[in-house]
Design a protein around this ligand. Structure first.
Ligand code: GDG
Length: 496
């Protein structure tokens, strides 16, 4: 009961690696900067806490080190690790979260599979996260819970600790009631979220969807506007105010529904982009590419990321534009994050098949149209690829935000390069100067990539300058737990 800030995030805030037969903790330099950003909140309090899970062969083993204390550059904090067995992880994460929730959140009804869900296990794991948070939180602490796999935490935590302030952030899209309400556990989930003080989303559309879902299930009192155009938040000072928040009231408890889009660590990327090693690496890639134009695509292997649709578009472009053969090259970085899951393995093998087919159909001894990279590339190298690319082709079918698009822009210290971005990435709301495309339309996909390759230099520069100004607005360091302040405001009562 000593931490003023508690982060509840399913992954641990560092990597455990074996060195000389000993397990040591290593900084998890998550490239999207979210883990370091969350840890940096610990610098503003005397003591923080992080709740995550850790795989344990035998969760009942008394030797399992459940709680560790850390003191590092970020501050002093405890990491409380819930011991989960392989079976519990499979049920909670791979089945319930990835097979039932993930497709619904991204609007893929046909992939939704709820029969195998073990709801009691999901409740149990969430309850344990809440118990651990309740144990760590100081009186009035701020507890910040992340993502759908921890949806039930706020409800349990509110009962255990009515004094704490709870914020919840969704990293994914949030669908309309027609889709969300397919989840049989919809009421339990939404009721838990309504126990928060703030529920955060990347863009206004997801927030309004949440408001309408809550209104479809409960007799909530909505005290401010529910509908605003997506771009409203980025006009004027609206973002700085973070004031869009709708207020929902259920049975006397009020919760703000806020919009706090996540950005990238611009300073960190800028530093890498200017480093002499990066400059040399970028020059080497450009030399290898020579006169060809490089199209770069980066994303996790996931049906939501639209890799298959993109490769199909590239194949059509080569088929119908013979003049482009030998002149363009697609580097497709598709890293599998969810190994051993059938749906993801199928996508990976389909991607490999199409890439192989394109290379077989159009490749020559001198020219290979598609380079497929399925292993994680070191982040510094990724920055060099971002810098060497003529076009970044980011076309998810659905994506909460998409940080790759923002990383690409932050890397372009040369003010060049074209971003082709799906209108279904949350980032499209902020990045109006990207070439916006619709990955569900073959025609739109093929036309936009060809026009991006042909864009005249002055237009490229102008768009990139505007894009660079746009990403500054949401630098990850400005990210907050919605409308909540880290420390409760001190009410100073004047002496009588
Ligand atoms: C979820 C939401 C939302 C990718 N390949 C490599 C590599 N990456 C890094 C990128 C980027 C990160 O992975 C992916 O971030 P995204 O935002 O694009 O996507 P998700 O992982 O799906 O994240 C998403 C995000 O949460 C934040 O709220 O934007 O919508 O789905 O940082 O750089 N990094 C390295 N090598 C690779 O090969 N080093």
């Amino acid at each position: 009961m000593s931490s003023e800030m508690v982060i509840v995030y399913h992954r641990q805030p560092y990597e455990e690696v074996e060195e000389n037969g000993q397990i040591v903790l290593r900084e998890n330099k998550s490239p999207n900067g979210i883990v370091p950003t969350l840890k940096s909140f610990f610098g503003e309090v005397d003591h923080g806490a992080w709740i995550a899970w850790k795989l344990a062969e035998d969760p009942a083993n008394p030797d399992f080190e459940q709680r560790i204390e850390i003191e590092d550059d970020y501050g002093r904090y405890a990491v409380s690790r819930l011991a989960l067995s392989e079976e519990q992880v499979r049920e909670f994460y791979h089945v319930t979260s990835k097979e039932a929730f993930w497709p619904i959140l991204h609007g893929f009804k046909e992939r939704y599979n709820y029969d195998p869900v073990d709801w009691a296990n999901f409740q149990d794991v969430n309850r344990r996260f809440a118990e651990a948070a309740a144990e760590e939180a100081a009186e009035g602490a701020l507890v910040w819970v992340h993502d759908y796999n921890l949806w039930l935490v706020p409800g349990y935590l509110r009962t255990m600790r009515p004094d704490v302030r709870i914020a919840f952030f969704h990293h994914t899209p949030f669908p309309s009631a027609d889709i969300f309400n397919m989840l049989p556990w919809r009421k339990e989930i939404v009721k838990s979220l309504l126990a928060c003080d703030d529920i955060g989303f990347h863009i206004p559309r997801y927030a309004s969807n949440f408001v309408s879902v809550a209104s479809s299930l409960f007799d909530v009192d909505v005290t401010t506007r529910t509908q605003v155009p997506d771009k409203w938040i980025f006009e004027g000072t609206a973002l700085a105010e973070r004031a869009w928040a709708s207020k929902l009231n259920l049975d006397g408890h009020e919760v703000a529904v806020s919009v706090t889009p996540v950005g990238v660590d611009i300073g960190y990327i800028d530093e890498i982009a200017h480093a002499p090693e990066t400059v040399a690496q970028t020059a080497k890639i450009k030399e290898e590419i020579g006169d060809e134009k490089l199209i770069l695509s980066v994303g996790r292997t996931d049906y939501t990321k639209g890799g298959i649709e993109q490769l199909a578009s590239f194949e059509r472009v080569l088929e119908y534009n013979p003049d482009l053969r030998g002149k363009i090259r697609l580097m497709h970085v598709s890293v599998a994050a969810n190994r051993n899951m059938q749906a993801y393995e199928e996508i990976q093998s389909e991607i490999e098949q199409i890439a192989g087919r394109i290379n077989g159909r159009f490749g020559t001894l001198e020219w290979q149209p598609v380079t497929l990279i399925s292993r994680a590339v070191p982040f510094t190298q990724l920055i060099s690829y971002y810098q060497a690319a003529d076009v970044a082709w980011i076309t998810p079918l659905a994506d909460g935000m998409n940080l790759v698009a923002k990383e690409f822009i932050a890397s372009r210290i040369d003010n060049s390069g074209v971003l082709v971005l799906s209108e279904f990435a949350g980032a499209a709301v902020e990045l109006a100067d990207a070439v916006i495309t619709n990955p569900f339309s073959n025609r739109a996909m093929d036309l936009t990539i060809v026009s991006a390759l042909q864009m005249p230099e002055p237009e490229r520069r102008m768009r990139m300058q505007n894009l660079r100004a746009a990403v500054q607005k949401t630098d990850v360091r400005k990210w907050t737990p919605g409308t909540l302040e880290l420390k409760p405001k001190q009410v100073i009562v004047p002496a009588a």
